[in-house]
Write a protein that binds this ligand. Structure first.
Ligand code: AMP
Ligand code: GLY
Length: 427
């Protein structure tokens, strides 16, 4: 079966790598892909927002399955359009993708179906006065203010005092930088603990948890500095054992699936549960409607089952009779190699050298790379490469990832030096 994958980041290189290993995949096309995905299939210049062009491509190339990597096309309704035209798509509908696309929607479903999450209030854009009053009255720090819609990771503020909170409120409401001007916002309880990402493949009724991983969102060692897309990940984590994961299935994933079905929007695709491990147990911080980046880069190498077969089982509603196999005996660590300056401004076009060959232990997934006019591989984004290593222990996988990463160079290369240390500290 020919497969089309939408996206171009490190997550999509990992997805392409897993899709092209499948016995079920015929030709694999990646739109638009990156220089790494070329080794897995054919990159095509298709704009995912142009639904008619995507459909025409699917028909011309006899695509049997379309896999959507990032959230934006899902929130824009690519699944609805292609499904209405009789095509098979892995990824939720526009209505179901609202679990990521609207924080107030996600909170409402969680509240209605009893899924553990922090307390919250929703304010419309014209309710600035009421929001200000709530912040002043509540006067408990830190506080969490979020833009309701997709904001590319920039819509969350965690003020530590009243001045910061009022500044954040103005920023969210006033200038439209963090969502549409005057749009809705959510003010919620600050949850403390460590964060874990749990990934469940869902078919509308049934779910299979693949793996859980821990991201490192801040730019600096020790989780300091600005938030990024993610500077590294490892999995599985010592924060959830088998019983803990079963608890997440029973208290989070299954009630959400039942709730979404009851609301008339059954959820098919990956449900990414961003959890805070609080003293009262895991609570949901957010849902995403796709795999995490860089978490996906540790999940794909751990997946032993045929990935295309798994996605087909989800799209066809047969996950109840399909049990994916995941390597739970090993540990996987992913290091992100970034451009100096990221997540602020950075230069592009730096020549990359020393990428080690793929082995049983090590994979290097591309993200912000491109091939220049002279055929050289150069940097082309903030997060440039993902180095993933498998080890018999977490410490081994961390060591192997850092050894492989040390072979790679480009001007300004930045990486955190403590990926996985949070996990090691728990043994
Ligand atoms: P989000 O975009 O909702 O994932 O938020 C981005 C980051 O902000 C999360 O990964 C957390 O580190 C932090 N965060 C969001 N909501 C909360 C919360 N209620 N309590 C504590 N930290 C939070
Ligand atoms: N790793 C965080 C995310 O994918 O949203």
């Amino acid at each position: 079966m020919n497969v089309l994958l939408i996206g171009s980041g490190g997550r999509e290189h990992a997805l392409a790598w897993a899709l092209c290993k499948s016995a079920r995949t015929g030709s694999l096309f990646i739109a638009p892909g990156n220089p790494g995905t070329v080794r897995c299939g054919t990159n095509v210049a298709l704009n995912a927002s142009d639904h008619a062009a995507v459909l025409a491509f699917i028909e011309e190339h006899e695509i049997g399955l379309t896999v959507v990597g990032p959230e934006q096309p899902l929130v824009e309704g690519i699944t609805d359009f292609l499904t209405a035209n009789g095509k098979l798509v892995f990824g939720p509908t526009q209505a179901a993708a609202q679990l990521e696309g609207s924080k107030s929607f996600a909170k409402g479903i969680m509240k209605k179906y009893g899924v553990p999450t922090g307390d919250y209030l929703v304010f419309e854009g014209h309710e600035a006065g009421a929001a200000r009053e709530h912040i002043t009255r509540n006067n408990s720090w830190p506080m969490v203010l979020k833009a309701d819609g997709l904001a590319a990771g920039k819509g969350v503020f965690i003020p530590q005092n009243l001045d910061e909170a009022l500044w954040s409120l103005d920023a969210l409401l006033a200038d439209g930088l963090y969502g549409k001007p005057g749009s809705r916002l959510v003010i919620e309880e600050f949850l403390s603990g460590e964060e874990v990402s749990v990934f469940a493949v869902c078919d509308g009724k049934n779910t299979r948890i693949l793996m859980h991983a821990q991201d490192h969102k801040r730019i600096g060692d020790g989780d300091t500095g600005l938030n990024t897309g993610g500077m590294g990940a490892y999995g599985p984590t010592p924060l959830l054992d088998e019983a803990g994961l079963e608890g997440v299935r029973l208290t989070v994933v299954e009630p959400m699936l039942r709730g979404m079905a009851a609301e008339g929007s059954p959820y098919t695709g990956v449900l990414y549960c961003g959890l805070m491990m609080t003293p009262d147990g895991p609570k949901v911080i957010e849902f995403n409607c796709r795999f995490g980046d860089p978490e996906c880069q540790v999940i794909m190498p751990a997946l032993q089952s045929d990935f295309t077969e798994l996605l087909l089982a989800a799209c066809e509603g047969r996950l109840d009779s399909y049990e994916p196999v995941v390597d739970t005996q090993s540990w996987y660590t992913c290091l992100v190699l970034a451009s100096g300056g990221y997540p602020g401004s950075y230069e592009k076009g730096k020549v990359i050298s020393g990428i080690p060959a793929e082995s049983e232990q090590v994979q290097v997934f591309h993200a912000g790379t491109k091939t220049d006019e002279s055929g050289r591989l150069v940097t082309n984004g903030g997060r440039v490469l993902n180095v993933v290593a498998k080890g018999e222990t977490l410490a081994d996988s961390i060591r192997l990832a850092y050894e492989a990463a040390a072979q790679i160079s480009f001007e300004g290369l930045y990486k955190r030096t403590d990926i996985g240390a949070k996990g090691l500290a728990r043994f």
